[in-house]
Design a protein around this ligand. Structure first.
Ligand code: AMP
Length: 291
């Protein structure tokens, strides 16, 4: 496994791969790897020749007062995950490589970046779109993998690829969960024991909604109100949103039909957690799908 930290190293690996007609797959992460990240690596491993893991805690996607300084960093553990997943290259740049001068150039996916998470974190997706663009420019990957857990990120990256004419294939990987249903997240490490015990309410409430839809419920407003009530029933959960939206536009929908994303965000103490389910509904047929 090779470690690379600057643009020259990237260009060396990319030209070597291209000369041998090898395909490149990229998994962008902020490190503190867990089984969710490993699932992205395993999904891409058989699809590409050169598997690249990037580990970069991207400052521009954190707002003022957010957890950039305290975000968990554990490069030794990340290296072990990477070895186990048969990663070929770990890209671990300093901020000065990704942002060589104080940034004046940003990429925005307007509209999508202000919905759901964007309403609470107004500059978050500008930071995401900018760093993903830089990674795509550097690595020119054939495929890139993102997790369903951050469904809005998936929707936004899909749009970014389409509009910026990148031919990169987007691979979306289902959310990996703890045995009690909690979505794996680097931020779960922040939870107190009581908050950790309360957090599975998000997945439980989403599963109940999915069951109701499978049972024939189609009124999205009523379903999202029930979803919100279920989460608010947990005293340690502070609900930010519980919404039913179109899976491409992220605009609220009145009835459950077509591809809909059911997304929730709640705070447990100082820790914000996200979860979602995505359903494709056609008449009586209800399928769980990727965003
Ligand atoms: P992060 O390091 O948190 O920025 O996440 C890097 C990538 O891993 C993103 O595409 C996430 O959506 C994905 N990811 C994080 N947690 C999970 C999970 N529990 N299951 C699947 N993918 C995940």
């Amino acid at each position: 496994m090779e470690w690379i930290s600057d643009a020259t190293g990237v260009r060396r690996v990319v030209s070597r791969a291209r000369a041998r007609q090898l395909t490149i797959g990229l998994v962008p992460t902020m490190g503190a790897l867990h089984a969710g990240h490993a699932a992205l690596l395993s999904a891409l491993r058989p699809q590409v020749d050169v598997l690249v893991l990037s580990v970069f805690v991207n400052p521009t996607q954190f707002g003022p007062g957010e957890d950039f300084d305290t975000y968990p960093r554990d490069l030794a553990a990340d290296a072990a995950w990477a070895e186990a997943a048969r990663v070929d290259v770990v890209f671990h740049p300093d901020a000065s490589v990704m942002y060589p001068v104080p940034p004046q150039t940003f990429v925005e996916v307007q509209g999508l970046d202000r919905r759901l998470e964007g309403a609470v974190r107004p500059t978050h997706f500008r930071g995401v779109a900018t760093v993903v663009s830089k990674l795509l420019n550097l690595w020119t990957p054939d495929a890139v993998a993102f997790g369903q857990k951050d469904a809005q990120q998936v929707v936004l990256v899909r749009r970014l690829l389409q509009e910026m004419l990148w031919p990169t294939r987007l691979v979306v990987v289902p959310t990996v969960r703890e045995p009690d249903g909690l979505a794996q997240s680097s931020r779960n490490a922040y939870l107190s024991p009581a908050e950790r015990a309360a957090a599975p309410v998000l997945h439980r409430a989403l599963s109940d909604l999915e069951q109701a839809v499978r049972g024939g419920a189609r009124d999205a407003r009523r379903l999202s109100a029930e979803l919100a009530r279920a989460i608010q029933g947990e005293p340690l959960a502070q609900l930010d949103y519980a919404v039913v939206v179109d899976a491409d536009t992220l605009e609220p929908v009145p009835i459950m039909a077509g591809r809909v994303l059911v997304a929730v965000a709640a705070r447990f103490g100082a820790t914000r957690l996200l979860d979602n389910c995505c359903l494709n509904i056609s008449g009586a047929d209800v399928q769980a799908v990727m965003p």
